[in-house]
Write a protein that binds this ligand. Structure first.
Ligand code: NAG
Ligand code: NAG
Ligand code: NAG
Ligand code: NAG
Ligand code: NAG
Ligand code: NAG
Ligand code: NAG
Length: 383
């Protein structure tokens, strides 16, 4: 069967902050998320008290939130819109995690492939899946011991009815570019897909049926990578992004999409929604002024000024002696004007934009056959 791309009905704006979404079903009793810094709600910071090699400054805004952003991430907006609390990270045993609506296994720097000794982050996809299985086993044990614990955990069938989110890939692709040519990176992508397939299959075997997959963003548009891989203007496209990196991201996304379609066709009881984050972000970067932004590429929190306001020697929030003078990479005065936060991650304003585009449905493809659309009221949090 060919892929059925059902473009979902559009939101109807009745009130400035009230949106009705048709068919885009995000009303699951629990959400389990697997990912990297794009959806890390504190996992890496909780897991590695002081993330080696990762400047603490990157958590500048929300030092306690552990997010790589000046505010909320896409997943925060999605959870909030359906009236659910933000997802607690699995590794957060120190804070007061609330696992009643799911659990976040994402960790900044995470890769799809198992980590190498040089990896920034040990929590690769297969490890996150293993953590999930441990988590699930523990919930079953606890519930068997004491049914009263239900008010702190959740009923077993949430594992079947819950939503399994996936957002990973950019760290693997970036890592390859340091020692491979573009052609070699493109040829390496299928090995990422087979690892994804293994992980998703394991989750399926554990009972997961509803999947929500974000593809990877335009890697070549991140100031840190433009600085590294775009020194020669022949490397850049008309937006100023590194062509080879975006090509790799696009090919990865194509294969990810093919995998999702295949998986959907193989298991009729599975529902996969595929969200084209790449197109949303590329559209934002190329049409930024229409969306109320002033800086499509430059980092808000950095130093160096235009065009990128990024210096690889000093990260957001850090103070250093550079060429004899003490400088601090500080946030810009209004981060809502910037798409990019710190050279690697997006601002809250950009994440909000992506979230709003997801809600509109133009970029989300449920790969399933659709039911009668049902209107789910969701509230967009105030600015
Ligand atoms: C959304 O998914 C949940 C969990 O599978 C289900 O209970 C609910 O009926 C679905 N809603 C729609 C509108 O499909
Ligand atoms: C959503 O965010 C708004 C604004 O930050 C907050 O007031 C509200 O309590 C949040 N809702 C949930 C369900 O967390
Ligand atoms: C930039 O790339 C072009 C085309 O590949 C090449 O001819 C030129 O020598 C490069 N310039 C520098 C400074 O490396
Ligand atoms: C920018 O906006 C124009 C007009 O809406 C659209 O045709 C174009 O595809 C957008 N750019 C990207 C990269 O999506
Ligand atoms: C910050 O920028 C946004 C987007 O351009 C704008 O709507 C807002 O008014 C600005 N806020 C301040 C305090 O200048
Ligand atoms: C999204 O879809 C709606 C309705 O189908 C359409 O009016 C709107 O122009 C679309 N937006 C984009 C960016 O394609
Ligand atoms: C998948 O989606 C279809 C259509 O929305 C729905 O009827 C079915 O119950 C869903 N399956 C699961 C396992 O949630």
């Amino acid at each position: 069967m060919a892929v059925k791309i059902s473009i979902i009905q559009i939101l109807a704006l009745f009130f400035p902050h009230l949106v009705f979404v048709s068919s885009l079903n995000f009303s699951y009793p629990a959400v389990f998320n697997f990912g990297d810094s794009n959806s890390d709600t504190g996992g890496l910071v909780a897991g590695i008290a002081f993330p080696l090699g990762l400047p603490m400054g990157q958590t500048y805004f929300h030092e306690s939130s552990g997010r790589f952003c000046d505010g909320r991430l896409i997943i925060d907006f999605l959870m909030n819109a359906t009236g659910q609390p933000f997802l607690s990270p699995y590794l957060d045993s120190i804070g007061a995690p609330d696992f009643r609506t799911g659990c976040n296994f994402a960790a900044g720097g995470a890769t799809i492939l198992p980590p190498t000794p040089y990896s920034l982050c040990p929590f690769s996809f297969n490890l996150q899946v293993a953590q999930f299985i441990r988590f699930k086993t523990r919930v079953f044990e606890l519930l068997a011991e004491d049914k009263n614990l239900q008010k702190y955990l959740f009923p077993e069938d949430y594992f079947k009815d819950g939503l399994y989110m996936f957002d990973m890939g950019q760290n693997d692709l970036e890592g390859e570019f340091y020692y491979r040519s573009e052609d070699q990176v493109l040829a390496f992508i299928p090995s990422l897909l087979s690892q994804i397939e293994k992980g998703i299959q394991k989750l399926y075997n554990e009972g997961a049926r509803n999947f929500w997959v974000h593809n990877t963003g335009p890697l070549g548009c991140l100031p840190r990578l433009i600085t590294t891989f775009g020194k020669n203007s022949s490397e850049l496209d008309q937006l100023g992004c590194v062509k080879s990196l975006n090509n790799a991201a696009a090919l990865f996304n194509l294969q990810l999409r093919d995998f999702c379609t295949k998986f959907q066709e193989q298991f009729s009881e599975v529902n996969i929604t595929f969200v084209d984050i790449f197109s949303i972000k590329l559209d934002l970067i190329s049409n930024y002024s229409e969306y109320g932004f002033k800086e499509p590429l430059a980092a808000c929190c950095g130093i160096g000024g235009p065009p990128l306001n990024f210096d690889p020697r000093i990260n957001c929030g850090q103070t250093k002696n550079l060429d004899g003078s003490i400088v601090t990479a500080k946030p810009c005065s209004n981060s809502s004007e910037y798409v990019n936060w710190d050279g690697t991650h997006y601002t809250e304003a950009a994440n909000r934009h992506v979230f709003e585009q997801i809600l509109k449905g133009n970029y989300s493809y449920p790969l399933m056959s659709m039911n009668e659309p049902l209107e789910i009221p969701v509230t967009i949090p105030p600015q």
